[in-house]
Design a protein around this ligand. Structure first.
Ligand code: ZN
Ligand code: ZN
Length: 323
């Protein structure tokens, strides 16, 4: 401990470090590599002062004979430099802006990802304790505001999972008819939830992790069976936060609306079986001749099931032709 006395932190700072360190912890290899990269950048940019201090402190620790004591000293040094270089504060600042994550039962652990595909975050629950594992490549710390965009994105997902409004359940059944369909539903659900995350961050005035145009492309691809206007509609609805729960997004991902008749909140025209996005209001036409005419061809049909504009127009023109 004596070796570390060269690092002069104010008492106030030390106290703050103690209290947040209980909630926000870092994997030693993340800290070690992040500090190493930051020091190297200092050297590259010609600010050798900090780098020299760091090397000097490390050299002193190298002289410790006992392996365990030496390793512990290295770890403590890394932790101190994570704070000293302003890296730790970047995580704390974002974390503090998520009120739902302030719960005492939540622990957040930042881990080092070695590849882009490993980056992300997950929530584990064991009894009363919830743990959020966040995996991030250390080089992200030096890519402008990537870390801030990434953390806001991930922590809004985690906030949703803890927020009663979202009604998150870890045990949802995807209800696909095959593994392939399950995968498609899962992919779509993620895309829609990502968009919902982005929509709220944009509204708060933040930059987002995935550009909107790119998210639109992903959604267009994942919902390629829908018409362009249907995709545009859902995109806009999510931006306007019209869907807010896990089951809303799962329902959309499952394409549930495609199998429900127009008149009952779905998108299926019961006559032509095509998808339609502008259901007609038939309430004023209950007894109209055209209704009787349709029912003659489709005995099971009634106005409650709805009809698409095309089918309605078709009947209207048939009647005109006859009349
Ligand atoms: Zn996401
Ligand atoms: Zn139709």
């Amino acid at each position: 401990m004596r070796l570390l006395s060269t690092v002069a932190f104010g008492q106030g700072y030390r106290e703050q470090l103690m209290s947040v360190s209980m909630k926000l912890t870092f994997e030693p290899s993340f800290v070690e590599n992040a500090v190493f990269l930051a020091i190297r950048r200092c050297e590259e940019k010609g600010s050798r002062d900090l780098a020299q201090k760091w090397h000097a402190e490390r050299n002193r620790i190298y002289t410790i004979k006992d392996d365990q004591v030496r390793n512990k000293a290295f770890k403590q040094l890394d932790d101190q430099w994570l704070a000293r270089l302003g890296l730790r504060t970047r995580f704390e600042a974002i974390l503090n802006s998520f009120s739902i994550l302030q719960s005492d039962s939540l622990i957040i652990h930042i881990q080092r990802a070695l590849a882009r595909k490993d980056e992300g975050s997950e929530l584990y629950v064991q009894g009363d304790v919830k743990t959020n594992l966040v995996k991030l490549q250390t080089m992200r710390l030096f890519e402008g505001d990537y870390v801030e965009k990434f953390l806001r994105h991930e922590w809004l997902h985690i906030s949703d999972m803890l927020d009663p409004i979202f009604q998150y359940s870890p045990h949802v059944v995807l209800s696909g008819r095959s593994e392939l369909e399950d995968n498609l539903i899962r992919d779509r659900y993620r895309l829609l939830w990502d968009l919902y995350v982005s929509a709220r961050l944009l509204k708060m005035g933040f930059y987002i992790l995935i550009p909107l145009a790119q998210q639109k492309q992903f959604i267009d691809r994942a919902f390629s069976k829908w018409t362009a206007e249907a995709r545009e509609k859902i995109f806009q609805e999510i931006l306007d936060q019209k869907h807010q729960t896990q089951s809303d997004f799962l329902g959309l991902a499952r394409d549930e609306k495609l199998t429900v008749p127009l008149g009952q909140g779905g998108l299926l025209c019961p006559l032509c079986h095509f998808t339609s996005f502008d259901p007609l209001d038939l309430s004023a036409q209950q007894d109209a001749v055209i209704i009787k005419k349709i029912q003659r061809d489709y005995p099971d049909w009634n106005t409650d099931l709805g009809i698409c504009q095309n089918c309605f127009d078709l009947y209207q023109s048939k009647m005109r032709a006859v009349g």
